[in-house]
Design a protein. Structure first.
Length: 210
């Protein structure tokens, strides 16, 4: 992917939206993507803190870095789960400052919840694995039965996994009237992309029959 496209919000939403347009498939993804993200964070929380806790003496002395780190520990240990969400929200904020900042507490809170779940439930991994299996199967059904178009992960796995949660965010925010001009422009582009896909598919099937 060209560097200029990495932070192009419209391009990124188009890539995902063109593969998730059918209302039933969209509904499945609105349900399953948060479950996949949460259960993935449960696994990531197994890393434990990746940054050493500050010394009590440093915190007591009021050292800014130590105090700040202690606040982070009070919220959630800086494990792989939390650091992953920090990276995600940083990218999302770069794409759209308002949406990124509004949803940052949600994603960081999800990391905190996943960490607490990992620490307090003996069968956390088995439960998270079950959630992953069911949610992924449901999404493949959504694409195969309703969308009739391959999941975006077949084109770019990393892009699909990183953008999927943001797709959910925008589906909800668009519903409540956020950035209507962007929504209208995307609708036109998505319809054109889908029409092009269907035309190529029909041509391929016609050629195959000849």
């Amino acid at each position: 992917m060209a560097q200029s496209k990495v932070f192009d919000l419209k391009y990124q939403l188009l890539q995902y939206g063109s593969h998730h347009h059918n209302i039933w498939n969209v509904g499945i993804h609105l349900t399953c993507i948060p479950l996949i993200l949460w259960s993935g964070l449960v696994f990531a929380a197994k890393s434990g803190p990746l940054i050493a806790a500050p010394a009590a003496s440093a915190v007591a002395s009021g050292a800014p870095a130590a105090v700040a780190l202690s606040k982070i520990y009070q919220f959630c240990p800086p494990n792989a789960s939390l650091l992953m969400m920090v990276a995600y929200t940083s990218y999302y904020t770069k794409l759209d400052t308002v949406a990124g900042l509004l949803t940052a507490p949600l994603f960081l809170g999800l990391a905190r919840h996943a960490t607490n779940f990992q620490l307090t439930h003996p069968n956390a991994d088995k439960f998270a694995l079950g959630v992953q299996v069911v949610a992924w199967i449901a999404q493949f059904i959504g694409h195969g039965v309703y969308e009739k178009r391959a999941p975006k992960l077949f084109d770019n796995l990393l892009q699909a996994l990183v953008l999927a949660p943001y797709f959910v965010v925008y589906e909800v925010m668009f519903f409540f009237g956020y950035r209507p001009q962007l929504k209208q422009e995307l609708d036109v582009l998505i319809q054109a992309d889908i029409a092009q896909f269907k035309a190529k598919k029909a041509l391929a099937e016609k050629t195959k029959k000849q």
